[in-house]
Ligand binder design. Structure first.
Ligand code: CA
Ligand code: CA
Length: 148
């Protein structure tokens, strides 16, 4: 059977999945168990153990949001200071490019569409989407330059 390499992940459920996988491998060594009947299970486990790039990106977005949102005990929303810390740590380049010293306040106001002075995950996602669109446009321009 093909050797499986564990991805470098900090997922909390990883150990559990890994154990289940090892158990499955032990069963598969049983003379009465054919590898074919296990194929769907192995496939399922592999999708859980090895998420796609996009799934990883989504998970990272969720993790980053909660990492900074939970600093005040309420992990559901980012306060102004939590948003500031998030941007200073995770979007330092972008923040530096903003000459306006009140950039965080301006961004906070833009993001807070329901006006509760906090940024929830849905509001946060619009920041990531907006920046991703801008980055993709830069990427396209860069690709056009490369082709010339
Ligand atoms: Ca919070
Ligand atoms: Ca809000």
């Amino acid at each position: 059977m093909q050797e499986l390499t564990a991805p470098n992940t900090t997922l909390s459920y990883y150990d559990e999945i890994h154990e289940a996988f090892l158990a499955l491998m032990t069963i598969s060594e049983h003379p009465h168990m054919g590898h074919t009947s296990l194929a769907p299970w192995v496939k399922f486990l592999l999708t859980v153990i090895m998420p796609s790039d996009l799934e990883t990106a989504m998970e990272t977005m969720i993790k980053v949001f909660h990492k900074y949102a939970s600093k005040d005990g309420n992990s559901g929303t980012l306060t102004r200071s939590e948003l500031k810390t998030l941007m200073e740590s995770e979007l330092a380049g972008f923040l530096k490019s903003q000459k306006d010293p009140g950039a965080v306040d301006r961004i906070m106001k833009d993001l807070d569409t329901n006006g509760d002075n906090e940024v929830d995950f849905e509001e946060f996602v619009s920041l990531v989407v907006g920046l991703s669109i801008a980055c993709e446009q830069c990427y396209q321009m860069h690709m056009k330059k490369c082709k010339k």
